[in-house]
Design a protein around this ligand. Structure first.
Ligand code: SDX
Length: 427
């Protein structure tokens, strides 16, 4: 007998089923609420509302747990590579060597885009933010690949997946090349997936791209750590756009736009800009801690706090350790790392942050590593998108395979009651 919850309103009692997830999470199933009571729930920001049942990612914000398809993020970051994790997220199982090789070879078939895409890239000002360019190019990709709009079979789905896994890094890299006035490059299909991302971004027109294994390993780990995070803002965007049966590329384009925001994926760029401004202001971290706590001051400590994690973001722990290793490996001494550690130490001992359970999140240290890898600040959120791509794909695929209904929330209207029209000459 499944558990139930009873709602009592104006003397009427209604029972609703309580469902339990694999990790014993509980939810009141309110699918019948409006039909049986005429009442809806109200939950701005969906802080208490589940949008779906998903088998992809599990996280426990109180315990600081994150798992992709049941595997601990710590194990995947240490023992797997990004393409393996992408396969795991999208298809549900760690691939065999043969499956992984086939996946990579099928992706290699799509390591190019229509040459007319270059005309679209060229139409943007060189100063355009790469996330705005990437969102536009991802949507434009549909025009050159119309077959990916109507996905009616597993084969259609697989073809759309390997297409976007191959083409998205090219679009991302070309946003940087446009800014730097560099020729658009198609990379090298002989390279590994992550090696080729670096090649696409940085290969000089007249030289063979020189691989630095330490840089590849650091980026591979960062992409794994960003690969999925259940129903975050951008993933929910990808799901709701896809729920209208818009194509995969159009849904991903919307996800890129949602990720751009500084409260979400744009935080990694905002963190470095914040640390840099503190450094230029003499490194007075106490002054900025004070500003972060002042309700009258719009300043927030970027890279701190999280909607779900009320404990350390497990990804932040791994990235912080990796930042120390990468800077040491590359012989870099970045003064903003010292400032970041000072802010973290102060926040972890400050009642304002402790009471609100504000800890460093995935974005707090990631920018320090991207900077050490030679990636420009305005490209940090594009790197986040490159990591989140397989997660977005996996969530979109799950939503479509389960034939979820179109997403259409209700509202409580608080505007004017009905009133009579007044003609212009009488207003
Ligand atoms: C990502 O959802 C995901 O999974 C996202 C993500 C992913 O992988 O997809 O993990 C990636 O987006 C990480 C978050 C990156 N954003 C930032 O670092 C921006 C700074 N953080 C905040 O803006 C904020 O913490 C959010 C947006 C992350 C979470 O906001 P919530 O859950 O809506 O919480 P809130 O804004 O209601 O804050 C609760 C309290 C408030 O104070 P009171 O009104 O209770 O007095 O905490 C305060 C806030 O003012 N607060 C902060 C703060 N974050 C929250 N105060 C100072 N500095 C901060 N960073």
């Amino acid at each position: 007998m499944s558990d139930t919850a009873t709602l009592e309103y104006k003397g009427k009692k209604i029972e609703f089923p309580v469902i339990e997830g694999t990790e014993n999470e509980l939810a009141i199933d309110i699918k019948a609420l409006r039909a049986s009571t005429g009442i809806i729930t109200l939950d701005p920001g969906y802080k208490n509302t589940g949008s779906c049942e998903s088998a992809i990612t599990y996280l426990d914000g109180e315990k600081g747990i994150l798992r992709y398809r049941g595997y601990k993020i710590e194990d995947l970051a240490e023992k797997a590579d990004f393409l393996e994790v992408a396969y795991l997220l999208i298809f549900g199982e760690l691939p065999t060597k043969a499956q992984l090789d086939k996946f990579h070879n099928d992706i290699r078939e799509h390591l190019e885009v229509d040459e007319d895409i270059k005309k679209i890239v060229d139409s943007f000002p060189r100063t355009a933010h790469p996330m705005g360019v990437l969102s536009s190019l991802t949507s434009a990709l549909t025009a050159f690949n119309p077959s990916v709009v109507n996905i009616n079979s597993e084969e259609d789905m697989y073809n759309a997946v390997v297409k976007i896994m191959g083409k998205f890094p090219i679009l991302a890299a070309w946003t940087l090349r446009r800014r730097n006035s560099k020729p658009y490059d198609y990379g090298d299909s002989e390279l590994g997936y992550v090696e080729n991302i670096l090649c696409l971004m940085f290969k000089k027109p007249n030289e063979k791209y020189k691989i630095n294994p330490k840089v590849v390993d650091a980026l591979d780990k960062l992409l794994i750590l960003h690969a999925d995070h259940e129903q975050n803002c951008s993933t929910s965007t990808v799901r709701i756009v896809g729920s209208s049966h818009a194509g995969l590329f159009a849904s991903l384009s919307a996800g890129v736009s949602a990720l751009w925001g500084p409260l979400h994926g744009g935080a990694n760029q905002a963190v470095i800009e914040m640390l840099e401004s503190i450094r230029q202001d003499g490194g007075d971290t106490a002054k900025y801690m004070k500003k972060a706590k002042d309700k009258e001051d719009p300043f927030r400590l970027m890279g701190f706090g999280h909607r779900v994690y009320k404990n350390f973001d497990p990804r932040a722990k791994i990235i912080k350790k990796s930042a120390d290793e990468v800077l040491a490996d590359l012989g870099i001494n970045d003064p903003v790392l010292t400032i970041a550690k000072s802010l973290e130490k102060q926040a972890l001992e400050d009642d304002y942050f402790v009471k609100r359970k504000l800890y460093p999140n995935v974005d707090f240290y990631s920018g320090i590593i991207y900077r050490a890898l030679g990636i420009p600040t305005e490209m940090f959120t594009v790197m986040f998108a490159l990591g989140r791509l397989p997660g977005w794909i996996a969530q979109w695929r799950e939503m479509r395979l389960k034939q979820e209904p179109i997403g259409r929330p209700r509202q409580i209207y608080v505007g004017e009651n009905q009133r009579e029209f007044v003609s212009l000459d009488k207003r």
